[in-house]
Each structure stands twice: as structure tokens, then as C-alpha cells.
Design a protein around this ligand. Structure first.
Ligand SMILES: Cc1cc2nc3c(=O)[nH]c(=O)nc-3n(C[C@H](O)[C@H](O)[C@H](O)COP(=O)(O)OP(=O)(O)OC[C@H]3O[C@@H](n4cnc5c(N)ncnc54)[C@H](O)[C@@H]3O)c2cc1C
Ligand code: SF4
Length: 328
């Protein structure tokens, strides 16, 4: 690990100032950043400890929704009575991730900003455009089992590895961000993470000095809520494919279908065409199959991860069948 300066932020503006230069990085639970510093993948000159800022509350909003502070731990969020009752897909997604010990430290903001698990990204002897712009992408012709099949570029095929944000994308949550001075802005979680394009080193839309302060969930929408995570083993593994689904039925027809996908792209994948296709129709195997055609019409495998295309198709059908009580 390279030597670094440690500063504890006393106020939000202080944290923003300290992380303004590219060499400053905020640390919350530290479960991702410290690992990357040990590997010299992240080499901040200043580590700005934001963990004492008052951002851990989970509270009702005036609109009937729920605001989850950036420093609320994953455990606190998953077991919160309103999350369990009104947003069970979020509770299930968080509990499908990592381990109890990690979830006790991991925070909302840190989870959203966790970095990819691409093997080339974490190995400083390998080419990686995300870690070292212009050095190439080792994964495209290399070990790509965990990698993306949607929204890739010729610069990077990494996935966003988290679970929590996939459920937040299905719920259409909003990320609240504080910047320089007392400026603030809100971004839909569906637009928070980026596709790699020509700038794969940028995972999300945060600018230097910006800090996530919380995530707001809209008022509860009910429906059947499912989080299905397909992985190499049943715990302590990242998603190969995951689906967060909120589905409702009225008079035998689908009246709501909010879906988001993990493990398939550089961001939690949300395709509004799926809801357009499903809502208003009677559930059937053919309808689900067509939904998979729509989801995967631009999908591309890179050898080792070709299996994700049929896996995503089958997982989508299974989740829709479960949510609508349809035999397939
Ligand atoms: C072995 C292992 C298995 C795991 N398995 C899973 C899994 O299955 N599913 C899953 O979803 N996750 C998994 N994780 C990842 C884990 O959930 C993340 O490490 C954790 O959520 C990160 O939160 P943190 O508070 O510790 O972040 P930190 O490590 O403190 O920070 C991570 C990044 O976020 C930035 N950051 C932190 N807070 C803010 C903020 N408020 N505003 C702006 N930037 C901020 C930091 O600068 C840093 O870049 C696993 C981790 C490990 C080590
Ligand atoms: S997929 Fe992205 S993160 Fe992985 S080696 Fe290529 S550029 Fe780096």
C-alpha cells in the first residue's frame, strides 16, 4: 500500500473540498476501497473519512417514500421495517450480497460506487483501460466469465457488480448528491452509473468533490417483488445474472412490470421496452420469450461469457412465471 494522508471530514462541505482534487478519495465502510488500495489499484494521496458525517438515518419522506442516508449500512437498510414491508425487493437484493460482516460495514454510498470485479482491473500487471486509460482491455480476448453482454464498448466489457442498485433501479429510486459549496443535485439511479463508451474509467456521473448524501425511494407500489440472483455458489459470490422484478396483475393481465438486471452490463440494466411489451398482456411462455428477445436484441458474448445470453433468457422467463403464477 502506498503512503497516504488521512483526514476526517467534520462537515459535508469539508468532505467535498478535500475530495475535489483527483488525488482525494472519500472512504465510508472501507470494504472495497481498502482492498483496492492494498492492491495499488487505487492510490489516493488523501483519504477523506466521511464515516462520522450525520448521513446514516433512514426516514420517511413527505411524499410517503423512504430516504436512506448514504452512510446507512446495508444491514440497517435490509432489516428496516419499512424496507422489509414496502420495498422487499431491496431487502432481498441486499441480503443476496456479500456476507453479514461485510453488510454490517458496507454503506449505501459505497455500495453504489463499488468498483468492478474484473480480474484485469485488480491486477496491476495486466492491461486495463479502466485502471490505466489507453493500456488496452485484457478481458475482451481473455478471461471474461463475469463480464457484460449488454452496452459494452471496444474499450471495456466490465460489469457493475452490485445487487442493491439493481433493486433500486427497478424501484426507480433517486440518488442525492452534494457538491462544491452547498450545491446539490438529484439523479435517477437508472442514470447514475454509466456505460463504458470511450471513458471506461468513469463508472458513474459523480464529479470530483461530489458526495452521495442519500437515496430516496418513491412511495410504495406494492406488487409481487422478486430478486433472483444466479451465481457460481449460493452465497458469497457476485451475480452472473440477477433480476429485480416488481410485477402486478389486474383481471388476469399484467398491469405493472418494472424490471432491472445485474451482472449483464456496466450499470444496472433497465430497458423501458420490457414494461411496454408486458403491461396489458396475459402472461404466457410466448410473451416471456418475446420479452427476452427484446432484452437481448443487442446482446454480445465474448467467448467465456456467451452462456450469459441463454442464462438471462431463462432467468427472465422463470422470474416472470413466478411473479405471475404462470406455468411454463
Ligand atoms: C468478499 C466480498 C464480497 C462481496 N460481495 C458482494 C455482493 O455479492 N454483492 C454486492 O452488491 N456487493 C458485494 N461486495 C461489495 C460490498 O458490498 C462493497 O464493498 C460495499 O458495499 C462498499 O461500501 P463501503 O461503504 O465499504 O465503501 P468504501 O469501500 O468505503 O468505498 C467504496 C467507493 O465508494 C466511494 N464512496 C463511498 N461513500 C461515498 C459517498 N457517500 N459518496 C461518494 N462516494 C462514496 C469511495 O470513495 C470508494 O470509491 C463484496 C465485497 C467483498 C469484499
Ligand atoms: S473489461 Fe474494463 S475493467 Fe476489465 S480489463 Fe477491460 S477495461 Fe479493464
Amino acid at each position: 500500500m502506498r503512503p497516504f494522508d488521512y483526514q476526517r471530514a467534520e462537515r459535508l462541505e469539508h468532505a467535498s473540498q478535500l475530495t475535489m482534487p483527483e488525488s482525494g478519495m472519500s472512504i465510508a465502510g472501507g470494504t472495497n476501497l481498502i482492498d483496492l488500495m492494498k492492491l495499488q489499484v487505487e492510490t489516493p494521496e488523501t483519504l477523506v473519512d466521511i464515516s462520522r458525517l450525520p448521513m446514516a438515518q433512514i426516514e420517511d419522506t413527505d411524499e410517503g417514500g423512504l430516504r436512506i442516508g448514504a452512510l446507512a449500512t446495508n444491514t440497517a437498510t435490509a432489516v428496516h421495517p419499512r424496507v422489509k414491508a414496502d420495498y422487499p425487493v431491496l431487502s432481498r437484493a441486499i441480503l443476496a450480497g456479500a456476507t453479514q460482516q461485510l453488510r454490517n460495514k458496507a454503506t449505501t454510498g459505497g455500495n453504489l460506487c463499488q468498483r468492478t470485479r474484473c480480474y484485469y482491473f485488480t491486477d496491476t500487471t495486466q492491461p486495463c483501460n479502466k485502471r490505466e486509460p489507453g493500456s488496452g482491455c485484457g478481458a475482451i480476448d481473455g478471461i471474461a466469465r463475469l463480464h457484460a453482454i449488454l452496452g459494452t464498448s471496444n474499450q471495456c466489457i466490465a460489469t457493475y457488480p452490485g445487487d442493491m442498485a439493481v433493486a433500486m433501479a427497478a424501484l426507480n429510486a433517486t440518488v442525492e448528491i452534494a457538491g462544491e459549496g452547498d450545491t446539490s443535485r438529484s439523479v435517477s439511479v437508472r442514470d447514475f452509473h454509466r456505460l463504458p463508451g470511450d471513458e471506461p474509467w468513469r463508472d458513474n456521473v459523480l464529479k470530483d468533490g461530489e458526495i452521495i448524501t442519500g437515496v430516496t425511494l418513491p412511495k410504495p407500489i406494492g406488487g409481487t417483488q422478486i430478486y433472483r440472483k444466479v451465481r457460481e455458489r449460493s452465497s458469497y459470490a457476485f451475480a452472473l445474472v440477477s433480476i429485480a422484478a416488481i410485477v402486478d396483475m389486474e383481471d388476469g393481465r399484467i398491469s405493472r412490470a418494472d424490471l432491472a438486471f445485474g451482472g449483464v452490463a456496466h450499470k444496472p440494466w433497465h430497458d423501458p421496452r420490457l414494461s411496454d411489451h408486458l403491461v396489458g398482456s396475459e402472461p404466457s411462455a410466448a410473451l416471456f420469450d418475446k420479452a427476452a428477445d427484446i432484452l437481448l436484441d443487442t446482446a454480445q458474448g465474448y467467448g467465456e461469457n456467451d452462456f450469459k445470453i441463454p442464462l438471462a433468457r431463462r432467468t427472465l422467463s422463470a422470474v416472470l412465471a413466478q411473479a405471475t403464477g404462470t406455468e411454463i
